[in-house]
Write a protein that binds this ligand. Sequence first.
Ligand code: PRP
Ligand code: MN
Ligand code: MG
Length: 181
Amino acid sequence: HIEDDLDPSQTLFTEEQIQARLKEMAVQIQADYEGRDVLLVGVLKGAVMVMADLARSLDRHVEMDWMAVSSYGSGTKSSGVVRILKDLDADISGRDVLIVEDIIDTGLTLSWLVANLKSRKPASVEIATLLRKPDALQMEVDVKYVGFDIPNAFVVGYGLDYGERYRNLRCISTLAEHVYR
Ligand code: PRP
Ligand code: MN
Ligand code: MG
């Protein structure tokens, strides 16, 4: 079972805690965007679960679009060079864009993405992320909606992967030692 790979003492957030926090974020977003159209932009693949649940917590019309990006360089993410694997379908000029992410780690992906989207002349670009690691930040990113700040430890679940696995967990947890051995 997938749960056997988790460290049971290191469940950061249960399904219930995640859903409760997303509902609070949705209330805030709903108030802030009242009277305006909003385009939610999910960053594949990690943001799939956050997008699905955050969007359904909103009692209003939204559009959803997706981007897939990949950081490349020498295997690490330190270069901050990002490549677009799948671009938006929508033209975002003049639109209010809300980027939806699962986690901001170093901030390199999002700082690049925000600059890229801003060059397309949208009316606004804001960020909603479920998780943020303040101790890992290498690039300052102006984030409007943050679910939880977490310590600088490797976490999986709810969209977050380790070697493409564990995205389908309902909770967010660290992995058990034996997984890395
Ligand atoms: C992860 C995560 C964020 C990004 C955060 O995506 O989903 O998009 O890294 O890292 P950063 O702040 O250090 O740039 P990843 O590149 O692993 O792709 P994935 O979403 O397909 O898992
Ligand atoms: Mn991602
Ligand atoms: Mg990943």
